[in-house]
Design a protein around this ligand. Structure first.
Ligand SMILES: [Zn+2]
Length: 174
């Protein structure tokens, strides 16, 4: 193999959380949703699409939940709260069929009880769907379907913690 191609391949850095591809060695990332710099930049591109077009924005709730749960970081008070509220959001949307706006209201209610939250050990492997797939969308409709598929995949990987999430969502239980 020519040296040029060798070098190029070596430069690709996969995100350790979601396996998306990128070449950035250094760069900005979220302070506790840990990812590679390239992955964080791609997430920024997805958010830009959603913030600049209301048809793309229809997927926004699922985008934010999927990204946060796929990049859970390490155990601390912020990541404990993050994983629980985002998993609760996806559970309400996929299992209880609530509207995205209602999920946001319930997430805010849940955070009142954050002092009682337990750390949920993240799934071992969440590599099958990631930001690379979402950026392939060329229409808002396609974007929504890809994001929904991504969020559903991430939700399913976290399935062992669903009984705990259900116990938190029961009225009067937190
Ligand atoms: Zn990533």
């Amino acid at each position: 193999m020519p040296a040029f191609f060798q070098t190029k391949i070596n430069m690709i850095k996969h995100c350790f959380s979601c396996n998306s591809q990128g070449t950035l060695e250094l760069g900005e990332t979220h302070k506790y949703l840990l990812s590679s710099p390239s992955c964080w930049a791609k997430y920024g591109q997805i958010l830009e699409k959603e913030y600049s077009n209301q048809d793309y924005f229809k997927a926004h709730r699922l985008t934010v939940d999927a990204y946060a749960l796929q990049h859970p970081g390490i155990k601390n008070s912020q990541t404990i709260q993050s994983s629980i509220v985002h998993l609760a959001s996806l559970h309400m949307i996929f299992h209880e069929k609530v509207h995205h706006e209602q999920a946001v209201i319930e997430m805010a209610r849940l955070t009142n009880y954050k002092d009682q939250f337990l750390w949920l050990a993240p799934p071992q492997n969440m590599f099958a769907v990631n930001v690379d797939d979402i950026l392939k969308a060329s229409t808002a409709e396609e974007h929504y379907l890809l994001v929904r598929n991504w969020a559903l995949f991430v939700y399913q990987q976290w399935h062992e913690h669903i009984p705990y999430i259900e116990s938190l969502l029961k009225p009067n239980n937190v």
